[in-house]
Design a protein around this ligand. Structure first.
Ligand code: ASP
Length: 346
């Protein structure tokens, strides 16, 4: 009998030794939300601690040795640069632990794409960093958090995931941090990669990849969280007909260091706005032209003489992610040509 127990013990120990170790870092959001009832959209996000998330999906223990840690407890509309730095430092610490194979970050969906892109640029690792969340609070009919978490852990543990940058795992789909965006206010199919499509599928823990994002990320990035202490102030202005260009001058007076202008079409500002942005450049504020359209590159010198005004174009990075790249660029340089090059590389 003793021998049987010993063999069983050795067998279990050997099994867990072969399992990857995945750390779940919880930050809040609907995946940690508690609903009024199973059939209402009313709920409070960012309530449940990481222990509850782990207990809700015991199946993840079959996939990996899973540990959880609460980094913060915020709904992602409340995300700040300070919290990004805190999350990034924690991710950096965890991926540098030799026995850790991958990281899963649970996060609110509203700004998940921004945190994903920030980490994609500042964490220098080949280990998988996978973000997930939920559109329906736990307890809701057809709550999506449990399966999203199961798939995210499976993806972080997958031998196919290393080296592919920060991934977003949601509703059975795998997206690249640079290219994904939230496209729906309430539906569980909340994320899309509009320009290039998903990287792959993940179906009940089985991942299939079809392509990779080729822009610089993680282990090829020249940004490093170890060297970043604060983030400069950068604002996004959303253009529309009859845009009030005086808002730009006011924000410059308020000490803004960079502006992303989400222009119409090919990143177009109105004539008055071009002049306001040009004055900002003269006041040492970096100006990036992005687009509110959601698709296509913003190109140099189409309707706007970028060289004359000292404007930078965002390529096809959306305005909210252009803000992140501009913030990180400004931690290294204010040189227009160098920042422009970054927008073509990252
Ligand atoms: N407002 C929530 C958040 O972003 C929405 C969600 O998590 O789905 O934190």
């Amino acid at each position: 009998m003793k021998i049987v127990i010993l063999l069983l013990f050795i067998y279990t120990a050997a099994l867990s030794a072969t399992k990857p170790k995945i750390v779940i870092l919880a930050t809040g959001g609907t995946i940690a939300g508690v609903g009024q009832s199973s059939v209402t959209g009313q709920y409070q996000a960012s309530k449940l601690p990481v222990e509850n998330l782990l207990q809700a999906v015991p199946e993840i223990q079959d996939l990996a040795i899973v540990e959880g840690e609460q980094v913060c407890q915020v709904s992602s509309q409340d995300m700040t640069g300070e919290i990004w730095l805190q999350i990034a430092r924690k991710v950096d610490e965890v991926v540098n632990q030799a026995d850790v194979d991958g990281v899963v970050i649970t996060h609110g969906t509203d700004t998940m794409e921004e945190t994903a892109y920030f980490l994609n640029l500042v964490i220098q690792t080949r280990k998988p960093v996978v973000m997930t969340g939920a559109m329906r609070a736990s307890g809701s009919l057809s709550a999506d958090g449990a399966l999203n978490l199961y798939n995210a852990v499976a993806l972080a543990a997958s031998p196919q995931a290393p080296g592919k940058g920060v991934l977003l795992c949601f509703n059975d789909q795998i997206h690249a941090a640079r290219e994904v965006t939230k496209v729906n206010t309430t539906n569980v199919n909340a994320f899309q990669t509009p320009e290039f499509g998903i990287l792959g599928y993940i179906f009940y823990g089985k991942a299939s990849f079809y392509r990779e994002s080729v822009r610089k990320h993680t282990f090829r990035s020249n940004f490093n969280i170890k060297e970043i202490n604060t983030l400069p102030k950068v604002a996004v202005f959303y253009s529309h007909a009859d845009f009030d260009s005086s808002l730009i001058g006011q924000s410059v007076k308020n000490g803004i260091q960079g502006i992303v202008f989400a222009g119409t079409g090919n990143g177009n500002p109105s004539e008055a706005t071009i002049q306001a942005l040009a004055r900002s450049v003269k006041n040492n504020v970096s100006v990036v032209r992005s687009s509110r359209t959601g698709r296509g590159p913003v190109t140099l010198k189409a309707e706007v003489d970028d060289e004359k005004y000292g404007f930078i174009v965002a390529d096809n990075l959306n305005p909210q992610k252009s803000r992140i790249l501009l913030m990180l660029a400004l931690t290294q340089t204010t040189d227009i040509a160098k920042i422009q090059q970054m927008f073509f590389e990252y």
